[in-house]
Design a protein around this ligand. Structure first.
Ligand code: BDR
Ligand code: CA
Length: 321
């Protein structure tokens, strides 16, 4: 059985890995790509999504452009030191020859979820403004979506943009809080697991040598990303953030999860922090935790198997050897 997914993304070097895996893995049917600001401005994110699909010879997949800024907080500066000014490690590729559809991302999400009730998984690997706006447009989608898998947040791990906040949640904390509070099945794939998934240079060399369509691009782009993580975290390689969310859809047995209501801090020193109530303490003292749905958060991962899943998706027959 293949999973129909919409990938909500801000490409982004690790977003490219996730998009290519979603395209190539037989268990995924990628029915659309929606874009948001995040790693780059939304106009650049849209260009990048179109470029990735064109490179992969998959331009039939629609791209819908989404939010340019967060719901309430000011737009944070784009992290050109992580993904490059162009989102692809400053490769400055030619413009895509295709265009986005005219429908905005949240409307596209709503339309597709209504068209395929209980079949669509949204995989959100950027800030959550599109998902939150889709929910506001039509709250019924909460009952009609299959699941929502989010790369974002941190439970016990420290943050990556502040001591407690992960980048995707931090960029639009109010949208993230709206998404976590809704009664739909959310799975949070955060830094607790993605920081265990280290992708090294040798892996990208094999992908370069075995993927004639996008292997060289992936290898070139990831050099910038690996330099950043080498300098800031001292690792030999880079983290597989966004690929982990796609991997969860393909094979949830790769992960251990815990359950509880998840709240996002929307102000103060902890802004962007994701907090889970795993022991049901909320009903005791803090009224604002009451009546919130239980969501899932990943806390453990089989990194070896996840790396193998990524490599096989990047080198399989989809890419036409
Ligand atoms: C997340 O932030 C972005 O830089 C990555 O693409 C990923 O989605 C990791 O915190
Ligand atoms: Ca991303």
């Amino acid at each position: 059985m293949s999973h129909k997914i919409i990938l909500d993304t801000d490409p982004g070097i690790d977003d490219a890995m996730a998009l290519f895996t979603a395209l190539a893995h037989p268990a995924i049917d990628l029915i659309g790509v929606t874009t948001t600001f995040g790693n780059v401005a939304v106009s650049q994110a849209t260009r990048n999504a179109l470029t990735l699909l064109e490179m992969a010879q998959a331009s039939h997949i629609p791209v819908a452009q989404g939010g340019a800024s967060p719901w309430i907080v000011p737009t944070p500066p784009f992290p050109d030191f992580v993904h490059g000014a162009d989102g692809f490690g400053n490769l400055h590729l030619p413009l895509p020859t295709t265009s986005a559809i005219t429908q905005p991302a949240p409307a596209f999400m709503v339309e597709q979820i209504l068209k395929h009730p209980h079949e669509i998984t949204i995989v959100a690997i950027g800030p959550l403004d599109n998902l939150a706006t889709a929910l506001q447009l039509n709250p019924e989608i909460a009952q009609l979506v299959k699941q929502v898998v989010i790369m974002g947040g941190a439970i016990e791990h420290d943050g990556n943009v502040s001591p407690v906040a992960e980048a995707n949640i931090y960029c639009d904390p109010h949208a993230a809080e709206h998404v976590m509070a809704a009664s739909w099945p959310v799975v949070m794939v955060g830094l607790d697991v993605t920081h265990q998934v280290i992708l090294d240079r040798a892996l990208f060399e094999r992908i370069r040598d075995q993927n004639p369509r996008v292997g060289q691009f992936m290898y070139n782009a990831v050099q910038f990303y690996m330099r950043f993580y080498g300098s800031i975290r001292g690792i030999q390689g880079c983290y597989g953030h966004d690929i982990s969310a796609v991997a969860y859809v393909i094979d949830p047995t790769l992960f251990q999860t815990i359950e509880g209501s998840i709240c996002v801090a929307t102000e103060g020193v902890a802004i962007g922090q994701t907090i889970i109530d795993r022991h049901g303490l909320s009903s005791y003292a803090l009224k604002n935790w009451n009546h919130r749905p239980k969501q899932k958060a990943c806390v453990g991962v089989d990194a070896e198997r996840l790396r193998a899943l990524f490599e096989s998706s990047m080198t399989n027959e989809f890419w036409g050897q």
